[in-house]
Write a protein that binds this ligand. Structure first.
Ligand SMILES: Nc1ncnc2c1ncn2[C@@H]1O[C@H](COP(=O)(O)OP(=O)(O)OP(=O)(O)O)[C@@H](O)[C@H]1O
Length: 312
């Protein structure tokens, strides 16, 4: 069963388009990454799925229930965790009080275990919390009732690199035990680490839907060679090689290019030049995604553990 399914889902705010004709499905037990530049429509999709706002047209189901059937959706939501991009809490309440409140509302099977990993200062009022502590409290709230599906909007924003890594490890472990995720993010490094498939949204439209391995495969391999001899560009003009760059330092020549195709012809070409060093790796994921983004949009590769560009 698809845990989320949308069919031509459309939401306009008056004349302003939030999303239009968005169709995708999240299957049981997968982490579906939802990517797109600022204002693309990620939050609009999520808020519509959670029943916070009605679609203008089209349809969607969450755990099999229509998002426009309020009663059925409320029941389905008992099995859904939600981590908003900017968690809002009763500011004067302590973290502990808020966990009691959410536990009474939807159940608390897991907060003790979760607090071993994510440890906000429970006896302080939330208004005194740092951004990271607020996020950790929201993570505990999202998972404490042991949901089957978790919808996360920029989940690592505000967390330090260690906590970011803990959250990604935690998501992978949860997926292993069958939990499904809709994971909205700008941070490509984390998408690479946890997502099985991605949907890319731009200007309110879903422009791509593919599994991450296929996207990377399509983008080819990044090849870097160090040669003792100087060479001409013609030496590396062969089928499947593109984006050639040659730099000579006096001692050695460094050749980099992207390659799509089988290994055998690639290795033949490389060995013909008697290389000092050979490095063949995955092409950067951002090359794939940037094609779907506006030229002005910036993206975080996530490799430094910094926050994404989500707060515009
Ligand atoms: N409540 C609202 N009223 C009017 N327009 C809105 C509202 N919420 C969103 N929009 C518009 O809908 C479009 C999609 O916005 P949305 O917040 O869904 O994008 P997003 O992909 O979540 O962006 P970000 O990455 O910046 O969070 C934007 O043009 C935005 O201005």
């Amino acid at each position: 069963m698809s845990v989320i399914r949308t069919d031509e889902l459309t939401k306009f705010y008056g004349d302003v388009r939030g999303i239009e004709g968005v169709s995708f499905a999240v299957e049981e037990g997968e982490v579906f990454g939802f990517l797109g530049p600022n204002g693309a429509g990620k939050t609009t999709t999520i808020r519509t799925l959670l029943g916070f706002q009605s679609p203008t047209s089209g349809s969607a189901t969450v755990l099999g229930e229509s998002v426009t059937d309020r009663t059925a959706l409320r029941e389905a939501r008992a099995n859904v965790g939600y981590l908003p991009s900017e968690p809002a809490f009763d500011e004067r309440a302590t973290g502990r009080r808020l966990l009691e409140y959410h536990g009474a509302l939807r159940g608390d099977e897991r907060s003790d275990d979760l607090l071993d990993v994510f440890d906000p200062p429970l006896d302080r009022a939330v208004e005194e919390y740092s951004r990271g502590n607020r996020q950790m409290l929201a993570i505990v709230v999202a998972f404490m009732h042991d949901p089957d599906l978790v919808i996360m909007d920029e989940p690592t924003s505000g967390l330090d690199p260690l906590k970011q890594a803990k959250l990604l490890d935690f998501i992978r472990a949860e997926r292993e035990s069958g939990t499904s995720f809709l994971f909205s993010s700008h941070v490509l490094g984390e998408v690479r680490k946890v997502c099985d498939r991605v949907g890319i949204i731009r200007d309110g439209h879903l422009v791509e839907q593919a599994d991450v391995a296929t996207l990377l495969d399509r983008n080819g391999k990044r090849v870097e060679l160090r040669l003792s001899d100087e060479i001409t560009p013609e030496a590396f003009q062969f089928d499947g090689a593109h984006g050639l760059d040659i730099a000579s330092s006096g001692e050695a020549t460094t050749v980099t290019f992207t390659y799509t195709g089988e290994y055998e012809p690639l290795l033949e070409h490389i060995l013909a030049h008697d290389p000092l060093d050979v490095n063949i790796g995955e092409a950067p994921l951002e090359d794939v995604f940037m094609r779907f983004y506006d030229t002005n949009a910036t993206l975080d590769t996530g490799e430094t553990g910094e926050e994404g560009t989500s707060d515009a």
